[in-house]
Unconditional design. Structure first.
Length: 107
């Protein structure tokens, strides 16, 4: 094996659950914090319990509504690009004299 390419292995990694349960096992991290463990998980306890940590559902719904509002079709994108191009062409000076005046104003 090559040296210094593998992560450090911790034999006694401390795992702390939100319910207060603490257990140990081997891992590449010295300490781990979890929201649900075998003592409080609904599958193992048999109790119905809604598990939503840090508003994941709310965050997903907010992201979903934000994505809906920003959707622009390709035709709309092309029209916007064309309008910008036309606007840019209209801002250009038409004669050499106008070009000279605009360059003098910048100085």
């Amino acid at each position: 094996m090559k040296a210094q390419i593998h992560p450090k292995w911790f034999e006694e990694t401390k795992v702390t659950c939100a319910c207060g349960n603490v257990f140990y096992f081997g891992s590449t991290l010295p300490e781990i914090q979890v929201e649900v463990c075998y003592k409080c998980h609904p599958f193992y306890t048999g109790q119905m319990k809604y598990v939503d940590t840090a508003g994941r559902v709310d965050a997903f719904l907010a992201k979903k509504t934000k994505a809906k509002t920003k959707v622009i079709s390709k035709a709309q994108k092309r029209a916007l690009k064309k309008q910008k191009k036309i606007q840019k062409e209209l801002e250009r000076p038409e004669t050499l004299e106008e070009l000279r005046r605009s360059s003098q104003k910048r100085k």
